[in-house]
Design a protein around this ligand. Structure first.
Ligand code: URA
Length: 307
């Protein structure tokens, strides 16, 4: 959260107490000189121009698909298993969820999805964030990483995983030959930073989920890697912690996808920075991703040696 809120007159207050109040409210950074009225009505959003899809996504048919994965339970697809989040305390209104679902469903490509999100006011986090954080990496990549939510650095730059934990994520995926420039696509289950990096509420997650699902459909990845507990619980529609959920292949599918996609969860790099003893398990998960890329014939080719 930013500390440039309303013009707070502190002359009659204890300035230290006022500062403490802001920090406790999550305003732990000063990032702008001038105040921003986050409650001002947004300008009327222009309807996004239809744009040609960046690449063919054969899975965009409406027909629901039978899913039979005897040894691998089908993951999330909240479109099917829906309101895991909407019925919980603190959830956004049904109207917001309806609007999220219809806006997301109408997006035919990434530009339209980004524009639909930018026009969506059903997630309260948008009011306190500086930037929307949509995605980074190569949209044609075969491996899609989904993290939790932007932190302070991501909020400032408008890009996911650019802070310290993002640097560790880059090194981790680099060990299995992936780079964000070419072979990885990175996003989060939340598109706006929760104030003070607090845990997102079920309502906030539920409001973003239709956009995340549509994001997956449009990217049409061959493999999905869930980074951290919130991403794992959300996308697998499970309640266990990450220690239980990580390292097991499952499949993910929505009615608009042409085929089930292998999905696996691993520890969040921020957690690995705090608990380096768990890096061994995270390494196991990465090796499983590498083996799956080999199995699917999508492992990036090592760079040719210089002549
Ligand atoms: N942590 C996340 O889960 N996502 C980011 O983008 C940054 C930190």
């Amino acid at each position: 959260m930013t500390a440039h809120g309303p013009d707070m007159t502190v002359s009659n207050l204890d300035p230290l107490a006022a500062l403490r109040w802001q920090v406790e409210a999550g305003a732990d950074e000063a990032i702008a000189e001038a105040p921003i009225d986050r409650f001002a009505l947004p300008p009327k959003a222009a309807k996004p121009e239809p744009v040609a899809a960046p690449r063919a996504t054969p899975g965009l048919s409406e027909a629901p698909r039978a899913v039979a994965q005897p040894d691998a339970p089908r993951a999330s697809a909240a479109i099917l298993q829906a309101p895991t989040y909407s019925a919980t305390p603190g959830a956004q209104s049904g109207e917001a969820l309806q609007s999220a679902s219809s806006l997301a469903a109408a997006a035919n490509n990434l530009d339209e999805l980004r524009a639909a999100l930018a026009a969506f006011d059903g997630c309260a986090l948008k009011k306190t964030a500086t930037n929307m954080v949509f995605a980074d990496g190569n949209p044609a990549a075969r491996v899609m990483f989904i993290g939790e939510a932007p932190g302070a650095d991501e909020d400032r730059q408008g890009l996911p995983f650019v802070g310290v934990s993002g640097q560790l994520l880059d090194r981790m995926i680099g060990h299995i030959g992936l780079t964000r420039a070419d072979s990885a696509y990175i996003t989060n289950v939340l598109f706006w930073r929760p104030p003070g990096n607090r845990t997102p509420t079920p309502g906030e997650i539920g409001a973003c989920l239709p956009f995340v699902e549509r994001h997956i459909e449009l990217i049409d990845p061959a493999i999905i890697v869930l980074v951290g507990g919130i991403a794992a619980k959300t996308m697998l529609a499970r309640s266990e912690g990450i220690t239980r959920l990580r390292g097991q292949w499952q499949t993910y599918e929505t009615p608009r996808m042409s085929h089930p996609v292998p999905i696996i969860a691993t520890f969040h790099p921020a957690y690995l920075l705090r608990s380096p003893g768990q890096k061994r398990e995270a390494w196991r998960d990465l090796l499983a991703v590498q083996a799956k890329m080999d199995e699917l014939g999508i492992a990036p080719k090592p760079a040719a040696p210089a002549p």
